[in-house]
Design a protein around this ligand. Structure first.
Ligand code: ZN
Ligand code: ZN
Length: 319
């Protein structure tokens, strides 16, 4: 997508859409591009940075032909989504924005600005508040088993730190905004039944919140059991393994989130068109997922709906 944008994709869209109707027959690819492919690509920092440069320039070639074309409303929705993502990127790039980390020794609850932590010098992916915590995680935490493969894969990871940081920020922003929606969807008895069924089949399974950005750049959100899903590539699998092991040791304080994105940034045609990325989130208190699991594992079916409703109300109040 980045290459297409640099090669002048946006002016091309405007010009094509502005052509008299008979000439635009058979260009429904343009509709797909505007409704799905372009919005789906705004999860990438590099794409958003390029849009920030290009959108103001395209404004000057938008005339009445384009505004009256059948693509105008799709263009408008795309541009408004792009502007929101540009704002998010600008917020991330301001010096004042502080990145928070939690100590990767899961027996430790220390959280704070990233600058207070030291990184594992081998994989450069694990963060610790002290040498003692690093030692504990290396031994009983099991980082020793995974550190090498994380290093190998992070070296050839096609997502650089900036793209990953942007995705993490986007996910957080959308989770806060959409938590309410997630809560409401759990009131749906079908959804509750599905989750309960998943947990009964495999009581050791853990929950993930899935945010699917692949359709049109806006996340569709639901919760499901992780056992149903698989990392789609070797690179992803290494991180999944590490995050799942930590979640299991977190006493319910780590929640896993999966982003499903269309053709991840930097990836080429050889890769699949969709890709899963896992982002863990730590909190000081047992998480929303943990509370749900407690309900599914220990309560009688009859109180479930009511208990979930109470839980939802408190989850909604938290934000
Ligand atoms: Zn390491
Ligand atoms: Zn620590």
């Amino acid at each position: 997508m980045l290459e297409s944008l640099r090669a002048g994709l946006l002016p091309l869209i405007v010009r094509t859409a502005s052509m008299p109707k008979e000439n635009t027959e058979g260009v429904d690819a343009l509709q797909t591009l505007l409704d799905h492919i372009l919005p789906g690509s705004t999860v990438s920092y590099t794409v958003v940075a390029e849009l920030k440069v290009q959108l103001p320039a395209v404004d000057s070639i938008i005339g009445p032909e384009f505004q009256n074309s059948r693509y105008a409303s799709s263009w408008e929705s795309f541009v408004s989504l792009a502007r929101r993502r540009i704002d998010l990127m600008d917020e991330m790039d301001t010096k004042a924005s502080v990145v928070f980390k939690a100590c990767d020794n899961m027996d430790c609850d220390t959280m704070g600005p990233k600058t207070n932590f030291k990184r594992c010098s081998n994989c450069r992916e694990a963060y610790y508040c002290s040498v003692d915590c690093q030692k504990i995680d290396w031994g009983s935490g099991g980082h020793r088993k995974r550190c090498h493969s994380i290093r190998t894969h992070s070296l050839k990871n096609d997502l650089d730190a900036k793209n990953r940081a942007f995705m993490r920020r986007l996910l957080r922003a959308d989770l806060v905004e959409r938590r309410y929606e997630e809560a409401l969807s759990l009131h749906d008895p079908g959804c509750l039944f599905f989750l309960r069924d998943t947990m009964r089949r495999d009581p050791s399974d853990i929950l993930v919140t899935v945010l699917d950005y692949s359709a049109n750049g806006y996340p569709r959100l639901h919760i499901e059991g992780l056992a149903q899903l698989r990392a789609d590539d070797e690179r992803g699998a290494v991180y999944w393994e590490e995050h799942i092991a930590r979640a299991a040791r977190s006493r319910g304080r780590m929640e896993l989130h999966l982003m499903l994105v269309r053709d991840g940034p930097g990836s080429d045609r050889v890769h699949r068109r969709k890709r899963w990325l896992m982002f863990p989130q730590r909190s000081e208190h047992p998480s929303f997922h943990h509370a749900l699991l407690q309900i599914f594992r220990h309560r009688e079916e009859t109180d479930e709906t009511e208990t979930v409703a109470q839980l939802m109300n408190s989850a909604v109040k938290l934000h």
